[in-house]
Design a protein around this ligand. Structure first.
Ligand SMILES: Cc1cc2nc3c(=O)[nH]c(=O)nc-3n(C[C@H](O)[C@H](O)[C@H](O)COP(=O)(O)OP(=O)(O)OC[C@H]3O[C@@H](n4cnc5c(N)ncnc54)[C@H](O)[C@@H]3O)c2cc1C
Length: 191
């Protein structure tokens, strides 16, 4: 994926040879490099590991006293190796495109919300083939509450590499069909 030039986010992207982070030299270099930098990025898949989960935080609460949602997640070998592999490819692509100076991605450490990962939030009420593995069935029907159908990216068990919206729409159509064709005729668990 090639991200274009943007007024604010691209400003300040300069060669590593520029040491100044503020002041006249930094400003001059930022203007010079403004339309001379680019980003090469890729989107990869994260596998749905058993250890990754949400639960209610035992410590932190919202202003009305309800517990906040706690997220437990980390990268595993699959993601780290995928990043290392793609990092080398992206450096190669950049040089082939004529880049004079390449700032490589430093690699994955532990999961860190302060570092941009994606705006594709998925999971939380994940789909699974049995109630012990997830929250909804393949018709996005809640395993414990048969008249509750959950639509949206929360039913994804993992973050695939592609944009999620077409799959959300496809699952919504499938749920609508299941409700009309099966559930309304015979209310109860569909799977
Ligand atoms: C900046 C950005 C760029 C993106 N670009 C793309 C893209 O190019 N392609 C792509 O496929 N995806 C993109 N996405 C991801 C995509 O927008 C989401 O995957 C998608 O919107 C998820 O749909 P959803 O229905 O699961 O959740 P949402 O669209 O977030 O809908 C959830 C709704 O629930 C409401 N809600 C929350 N809590 C409550 C409550 N207690 N009571 C009542 N209502 C509540 C919210 O107000 C919201 O309207 C992007 C996301 C962002 C943030």
């Amino acid at each position: 994926m090639r991200v274009g030039t943007q007024p604010l986010s691209t400003f300040g992207n300069v060669s590593r040879s520029v040491k100044a982070r503020w002041g006249a030299e930094s400003k001059k270099a930022s203007i010079e490099y403004y339309d001379r930098t680019g980003v090469v990025a890729f989107a990869g898949e994260q596998i749905p590991y058993k250890g990754n989960h949400f639960d209610l935080d035992p410590t932190y609460k919202n202003p009305v006293g309800d517990p906040l949602l706690r997220m437990t997640i980390n990268w595993q070998d699959n993601e780290r190796k995928m990043v290392d592999f793609m990092n080398a490819k992206m450096i190669e692509i950049s040089h082939t495109m004529g880049a004079k100076d390449v700032n490589p991605f430093p690699g994955y450490f532990d999961y860190d919300v302060t570092r941009y990962q994606s705006t594709h939030i998925q999971g939380g009420t994940m789909m699974a083939k049995s109630p012990d593995l997830g929250v909804v069935n393949t018709n996005t029907q809640h395993w414990d509450i048969s008249n509750l159908f959950v639509l949206g990216a929360s039913t994804f068990p993992n973050s695939g590499s592609s944009n999620p919206t077409p799959t959300i729409l496809a699952l919504t159509y499938r749920t609508a069909e299941a409700i009309v064709e099966k559930y309304l005729k015979k209310p109860g668990m569909l799977a």
